[in-house]
Design a protein around this ligand. Structure first.
Ligand code: KG4
Ligand code: ZN
Length: 339
């Protein structure tokens, strides 16, 4: 196959992102127009505001990406877009734009699952990953363990039964008055706190289960905060953040390692926004090195939402001839790993 030069668009949540990726690994351009400051005023992402912002930002982001890549529209070989899961109005902006570009340029369109994009952030930045691998995907909407036996071949192992890990970080951060997005703020506070200061539960679920549950932990933190307030006792935010973060990491790391051992894989991948968490990376890295398992994770900028990871996933879809029709629609609750 000749070179792929893919223009990828990602608008599933609160980042308007456009990238140009050559052959799945060479990032020729990347633009991430973050809406964080817009949504901070509201303490979280407001879907309607996100859609409007995407509309404002999408065309200039595409122009900027083409300029960065020093390419003209006609040199793009494929157009790729995240079509789910995510906020429907936000997704629609990206999907409609990518369809219009593919139609105008008469080039193939590729629809990418947002979570599959997160997984491919690893292949974008590492060209020496050997299958099979176990991948822990931890984002604002997902906590999923999968075994990957080849590009695009997933064996679904487990997922959260309630809150996603990132969602738990965001909710606890909000309760602590740390604002949005919560993950990086909790991580910052946790660095100054003691992770054994407050006893918090770990939800292991049934023996052998690779599912997760974080709502009990979140409630335990909220109860602790309420009790301290009622007793008029001081709350050490750093200690709460550190103890909470430790409880999340312990369960994520244990289950991921167990899955890797059981599947007898030699490599673990980490993906999604929570993969930016240094304490999680360090904990998994320590455990992996003891067992001779290789741990791979993307640089921080490719852990959180971006379009380069979508361009990489699209490259492998192009190799498999998996193209979308021009009637591609946004699918807000698109499933992953169940097929
Ligand atoms: O992957 P992502 O950018 O968007 C989704 O697909 O959801 O993930 C966002 C999530 C948020 O919940 C955010 O709080 C969390 O990732 N996050 C972190 C960190 N950076 C982002 N959680 C823990 N530690 C971090 N450093
Ligand atoms: Zn994401």
């Amino acid at each position: 196959m000749t070179d792929t030069i893919i223009l990828a668009v990602e608008t599933s949540c609160d980042e308007t992102a456009v990238a140009v990726v050559k052959n799945g690994t060479e990032v020729l351009a990347e633009v991430v127009a973050s809406q964080i400051s817009t949504h901070q005023k509201f303490g979280g992402v407001v879907p309607e505001v996100a859609s409007r912002k995407h509309l404002e930002l999408i065309n200039i982001s595409i122009e900027e990406a083409l300029e960065q890549a020093n390419l003209t529209f006609s040199e793009i070989t494929h157009f790729a877009v995240t079509y789910g899961p995510g906020l429907v109005g936000a997704l629609l902006v990206g999907v409609a734009t990518a369809k219009a570009m593919a139609f105008a340029a008469q080039k193939p369109l590729i629809g990418v699952h947002h979570i599959e994009g997160h997984v491919y952030a690893n292949f974008l930045t590492h060209n020496d990953i050997e299958f099979p691998v176990v991948c822990l995907i931890v984002s604002g909407g997902h906590t999923t363990l999968v075994e990957i036996t080849d590009y695009g071949k997933y064996q679904f192992l487990g997922q959260t039964r309630d809150d996603a890990a990132g969602e738990a970080f965001d909710k606890v951060a909000r309760a602590l008055g740390l604002g949005y997005p919560g993950g990086p703020k909790i991580e910052e506070c946790a660095r100054e706190g003691s992770n054994t200061a407050i006893k918090l539960p770990r939800s292991w679920l049934e023996d052998g289960s690779y599912d997760f549950s974080f709502s009990g932990l979140k409630s335990a933190v909220l109860n602790y905060l309420n009790k301290q307030e009622m007793k008029k006792e001081a709350i050490n935010i750093n200690d709460v953040a550190a103890s909470f973060q430790e409880a999340v990491i312990e369960v994520l790391s244990e289950k991921t390692l167990r899955a890797a051992k059981e599947a007898q894989v030699k490599t673990i991948l980490l993906a999604g926004g929570v993969a930016a968490n240094k304490a999680l990376r360090e904990d998994l890295s320590d455990r992996c090195s003891k067992l001779g398992i290789r741990l791979v994770y993307p640089p921080i900028k490719y852990c959180t939402d971006n379009a380069a990871m979508i361009g990489c996933a699209a490259h492998y879809k192009a190799l498999r001839g998996e193209f979308a029709e021009l009637n591609l629609n946004a699918v807000p609750n698109l499933k992953f790993g169940v097929s």
